[in-house]
Every structure is written in structure tokens, then in C-alpha cells.
Design a protein around this ligand. Structure first.
Ligand SMILES: NC(=O)c1ccc[n+]([C@@H]2O[C@H](COP(=O)([O-])OP(=O)(O)OC[C@H]3O[C@@H](n4cnc5c(N)ncnc54)[C@H](OP(=O)(O)O)[C@@H]3O)[C@@H](O)[C@H]2O)c1
Length: 260
């Protein structure tokens, strides 16, 4: 299926690996030119070279920390007129006991998981509306639909972001600008491999045991590939998805037990 995106320009965050890189690759395969964001310049340069080589599209990158306002400003300075924005990447590392989270922990989490996407969306959305095309996708998490106390530091700002997305989507739907969030279940990225290794060490178990235990938390009994999840993000960016907006869509191998 031709997604109708050839020649468009996408700003993809957290794009040097994992879900962001997979999304950038699928967009590049559709002929979309890219601006990649991440903190580490070497990783971005490597990702950009690989995508350019493979798909013959224009690929630029901005090293920036999305958890800092300066970083967000640098991104918008470099790329204020994308047709597509995928906000993705990073999560606040902290103890799992919410009673131990400091005010600073909360502010860092809100900065990265809520203010970062809101500032980038605010910076690009009017240009999209003027040009009559815009697709915005925020990658959040399955925990937005099934919150837990241990992960409230990321879930709470992400729920705030979800409300922002639905509210703003209603204002821009008539201008062919859509805003949605995509909620990953468990996706086999390097971050998850590292998490698995850490859990295995802490529990004195093998990595394979931990991976199998975690896989059994959904009905598909496995992790998704980054490309499987990215294909949801990229469909939400397609020319054909103009009526699909303000939604929060889960891809989790039927891990979530509810209907809605
Ligand atoms: N993988 C899953 O199973 C899963 C499940 C639920 C939710 N999610 C969410 O999905 C998103 C992507 O996850 P992922 O597994 O692909 O791996 P990730 O480790 O969250 O993201 C990796 C990418 O994000 C960049 N990044 C991280 N922190 C950043 C920051 N502060 N500013 C700018 N770039 C940053 C990394 O590059 P640098 O390190 O160089 O900055 C890298 O390009 C995350 O927000 C995660 O919480 C993932």
C-alpha cells in the first residue's frame, strides 16, 4: 500500500534506535525525508548514514536532550516545518516506590514525557495547518490504559499528554492535521534487552527465563519487533488516515484485557 507520503518531511524523535529508528526506516522506505533527534551524535550520524544509503532520501539530524527546554528549542530551530512529527524516546529512571519520588523526579518526568511533546507539537502545528497536511504521533505506553503505582512517574505525565492530544486534535481536524498517540506493549528494543539483563541479574535467573516470563504477559506470548510497532505509527502518518484523529491506540498482543 502506498501511504501517499513521498517527498514529505518527518521529524522523528528518539530516532537513533528502537521504535524511533524503525519508524524512521519505514518512513524513509515511503520516500519521506527525515530529521532525526537523539542525545548522542555518533548514534544519530550512524543511523542517518544507514537510512540515506538504503532509501536515498535526505536525512539530517539534531543532537538534543528532549528532557531540557534548550534541547527542544534546538530541535524547533533546526526543523520548524515538518509534515510529520513522531515524538518518542526516553523514560524517567527512578525507584519503583512512588513514596520515594522527589519533586525533582516529578519535574524531570513531566518535562520529558509531557512538556517535550506539547512544546514540539505547539511549535509545528500551525505551519501544518497552513500547508493543509500534518500528522502527529506521540509514542506513549500501554500503561496509559492500565496504570500501575510502580510506573506512575511515566504514566501520569503521559495521561496528561493524552488529554492534550485529544483536545487539540478536535481543533485541527478540519485542517487535515491529525494527532494520535500509539501505545506500545512490549517491544524488543535494546532498552528492553538491557532491562531483561538487569532483571535477570537482580533475580539470579537467566536472561531467557526473564524474557519468557515477560513474554507471557500478553496473549501473543512474545515481544513485538520494533518494525511491527513502527508500522502502526507510520500508518497514523499516512495520507489515508486523515479521519483518524484524537485516538490512543494500543499494540500489545492482546495483553490488555478490556474492550475499550
Ligand atoms: N520498548 C518497549 O517495550 C516500550 C514499552 C512501553 C513504552 N515504550 C516507550 O517507547 C519509547 C521508545 O522506546 P524504545 O524501547 O525504542 O527505547 P528508548 O530507550 O526509550 O529510546 C531510544 C531512543 O530515544 C533516544 N532518547 C532517549 N532519551 C532521550 C532524550 N532525553 N532526548 C532525546 N532522545 C532521547 C535514544 O538516543 P540517545 O540515548 O542517544 O538519546 C534513542 O534514539 C520510550 O518513550 C518508551 O518509554 C517502550
Amino acid at each position: 500500500m502506498d501511504l501517499g507520503l513521498k517527498g514529505r518531511k518527518a521529524l522523528v524523535c528518539g530516532a537513533s534506535e528502537g521504535i524511533g529508528f524503525a519508524s524512521a526506516s519505514l518512513l524513509a522506505a515511503e520516500g519521506v525525508n527525515l530529521v532525526l533527534v537523539g542525545r548522542t551524535e555518533e548514534k544519530l550520524a550512524k543511523a542517518a548514514a544507514a537510512l540515506k544509503d538504503l532509501h536515498k532520501v535526505e536525512v539530517d539530524y539534531v543532537p538534543a536532550d528532549l528532557g531540557q527546554q534548550e534541547g527542544r528549542k534546538a530541535v524547533l530551530f533546526h526543523c520548524s516545518d515538518p509534515d510529520i512529527l513522531i515524538h518518542n524516546g526516553g523514560w524517567p529512571r527512578a525507584e519503583r516506590d512512588f513514596r520515594k519520588w522527589s519533586n525533582e523526579d516529578w519535574l524531570r518526568a513531566v518535562d520529558l514525557m509531557m512538556l517535550s511533546p506539547i512544546e514540539l507539537i505547539t511549535g509545528v502545528i500551525d505551519g501544518m495547518a497552513e500547508r493543509g497536511f500534518g500528522r502527529i504521533v506521540a509514542v506513549t505506553s500501554r500503561f496509559v490504559k492500565e496504570p500501575s503505582a510502580e510506573l506512575a512517574l511515566s504514566t501520569s505525565p503521559r495521561l496528561g499528554l493524552s488529554g492534550f492530544i485529544t483536545g487539540v486534535a478536535r481543533k485541527y481536524a478540519s485542517r487535515n492535521v491529525t494527532l494520535n498517540s500509539a501505545l506500545p506493549g512490549i517491544i524488543a528494543t535494546e532498552t528492553q534487552f538491557q532491562h531483561g539483563r538487569d532483571l535477570a541479574t537482580a533475580a539470579s535467573k537467566s536472561f531467557d527465563e526473564i524474557w519468557a516470563e515477560r513474554s507471557s504477559t500478553n496473549s501473543a506470548n512474545r515481544f513485538a519487533t520494533p518494525e511491527e510497532f513502527a508500522s502502526l505509527c507510520v500508518f497514523l502518518c499516512s495520507a489515508h488516515s486523515g479521519f483518524l484523529t484524537g485516538q490512543h491506540i494500543l499494540s500489545d498482543g492482546a495483553g490488555y484485557p478490556g474492550v475499550f
